[in-house]
Design a protein around this ligand. Structure first.
Ligand code: NAP
Length: 479
């Protein structure tokens, strides 16, 4: 069985106790590889290495940083299919989408390698003529990056790209369900000649490796993407030493379709963002509010289009949807659908494991649409993180906005309308960090991905995402 090691202080190493954990293919339930299981000792070595490397890397020229990030991006692009093969095997997304994810990761590295040149300082005019206030930005220090399994390469690239461009060194802890594709991504940095200690990877459990990292006194910043529950725990642990924090957490995503919307476009968006990656995206749609007069026509077309999605072997080029990523994820989906049905929801599409020999093993579930839903149901209140969506009719703008905002989360919401006035008003009043108007693709590397309310703190991406790896310094000069 193939084995994968950790990258610490410029070398590939095993855990001191030589323990490994298995990685399962969610399409077949077969354990196909083993990954080194790190602990406190490996975290210590990695953080010490990152700390030693920090001084030199933080003072490296922007040109050197750009060259490294570009060389790594080139290798990621060159090896995209190899990395994507592992990604599909451990996560389950269709191979074409895995290649796409890896290419997007390379793009993020290129973006941050350039954006750092546009982080300008300031000279602030003061009331007297004898002083100047100069503001510069300096790298925060050693960064711990903890990431989830749904986009394990892309989400890591946002953090590694920004941290390295800013002059920080980093210790990454990939998710235990999908550790291999992030390791292969980091291998591109190793092969691109990253200086010793600047990038490190420690694999192992979140409770163990993750918490050692979050509490290590030499780690100055924690950047975490994952569930709100774990985010809160990390925040409390990081508070002990007031570490800088970026938390990109869960969501309960509403979509509002007004009666003047382009219904074909809205249906296309609903299908894409409810079911892509089996609904395992932080911005996957959980609940759709449709204005009463177009509810029936929307629902009919939505079901018609959802039924066209092909679920099957993720390596088959015709496949739209693979399996869910784990037994636990599937269990939650089944539980949420059962809860909804018990409370009176009607399954109008899916609602079960697909039929056929291929689906006997693995974590399969059909794309599922629920009608006659209420806000008491889990699907309408919690993050299902699966291919399940509830659809409900609304009667007025105020009602739709009230329902959409009625959640502790605040990451993303979508609105479909052809009225500029409605679009403007809805975008302003929705209490979410991103609002997609007539589109469901709100993440752009160039723009921030802000998390409001219990969806997080700070954010990845864009110039302001890069700024999260920099500390402000005020230098006051007397002439
Ligand atoms: P998770 O259970 O919170 O795990 C995320 C990462 O945290 C994993 O690497 C995990 O390690 C680690 N971890 C677990 N417990 C920890 C602890 N006590 N201390 C430190 N680290 C710990 O989340 P997930 O199930 O992987 O991902 C799904 C969630 O991520 C969803 O809620 C989704 O909305 C959210 N998400 C948010 C965004 C965004 O940008 N806002 C993007 C993608 C996903 P192990 O794997 O070893 O347990």
């Amino acid at each position: 069985m193939e084995r994968f090691l950790m990258f610490i202080d410029g070398g590939w190493v095993e855990a001191s106790g030589k323990e490994y954990f298995g990685v399962e293919n969610p399409a077949t339930e077969e354990v196909f590889a083993e990954v080194s299981s790190g602990g406190a000792g490996e975290v210590e070595r990695a953080v010490q290495a990152a700390h030693r490397a920090f001084r030199e890397w933080s003072e490296s020229s922007l040109d050197d940083r750009r060259s490294l990030l570009r060389r790594a991006a080139e290798l990621v692009e060159k090896r995209a299919e190899e990395i994507a093969r592992y990604l599909t095997m451990e996560q389950g997304k269709p191979f074409k989408q895995s290649v796409n994810e890896v290419m997007n990761a390379a793009y993020a590295l290129r973006y941050f390698s350039e954006e750092i040149f546009r982080v300008y300082g300031q000279v602030i005019p003061l009331p007297d003529r004898e002083h100047d206030s100069v503001v510069i930005w300096q790298p925060v220090g050693v960064v711990a990056a903890i990431t989830p399994w749904n986009y394990p390469v892309q989400l890591l690239s946002w953090k590694v790209g920004a941290a390295l461009a800013a002059g920080c060194t980093i210790v990454a802890k990939p998710p235990s369900y999908t550790p291999i594709s992030p390791i292969k991504f980091i291998e591109c940095f190793a092969d691109a000649g990253v200086p010793r200690g600047v990038v490190n990877v420690v694999t192992g459990s979140g409770r163990n490796v993750g918490e050692y990292l979050v509490t290590h006194p030499l780690v100055r910043k924690v950047t975490f993407t994952g569930s709100t529950e774990v985010g809160k725990r990390i925040m409390s642990l990081a508070a002990q030493s007031l570490k800088r924090l970026t938390l990109e957490l869960g969501n309960q995503t509403p979509m509002i379709v007004f009666d003047d919307a382009d219904i074909e476009l809205a249906v296309k968006g609903a299908v894409r963002r409810s079911f892509r990656n089996m609904g395992q995206i932080c911005n996957s749609i959980n609940r759709i509010y449709v204005e009463k007069s177009v509810y029936d026509v929307f629902l009919e077309k939505f079901v018609e289009e959802a039924k066209k999605l092909r679920i099957g072997d993720p390596f088959d080029p015709g496949t739209d949807l693979g399996p869910m990523s784990s037994r636990d994820s599937l269990k939650k989906v089944v539980e949420h659908v059962e809860d909804a049905v018990t409370r009176g929801a009607k399954v109008i599409c899916g609602g079960k494991r697909p039929d056929g020999e291929l689906f006997r093993k693995g974590y399969w579930y059909e794309p599922t649409i629920l009608a006659d839903v209420t806000h008491e149901m889990k699907v309408m209140r919690e993050e299902t993180f699966g291919p399940v969506v509830g659809v409900m009719a609304f009667e007025s703008f105020e009602q739709a906005l009230k329902w959409a905002n009625q959640t502790e989360y605040g990451l993303v919401a979508y609105v479909y309308t052809t009225s500029l006035k409605i679009a403007r008003e809805a975008a302003r009043r929705l209490e979410f960090g991103s609002v997609g108007i007539n589109n469901v693709d709100v993440t752009s590397v160039e723009a921030p991905y802000p998390a409001w309310k219990e969806s997080g703190l700070g954010h990845d991406l864009g110039r302001s995402g890069l700024m999260q790896y920099l500390e402000t310094k005020h230098i006051k000069i007397h002439y």
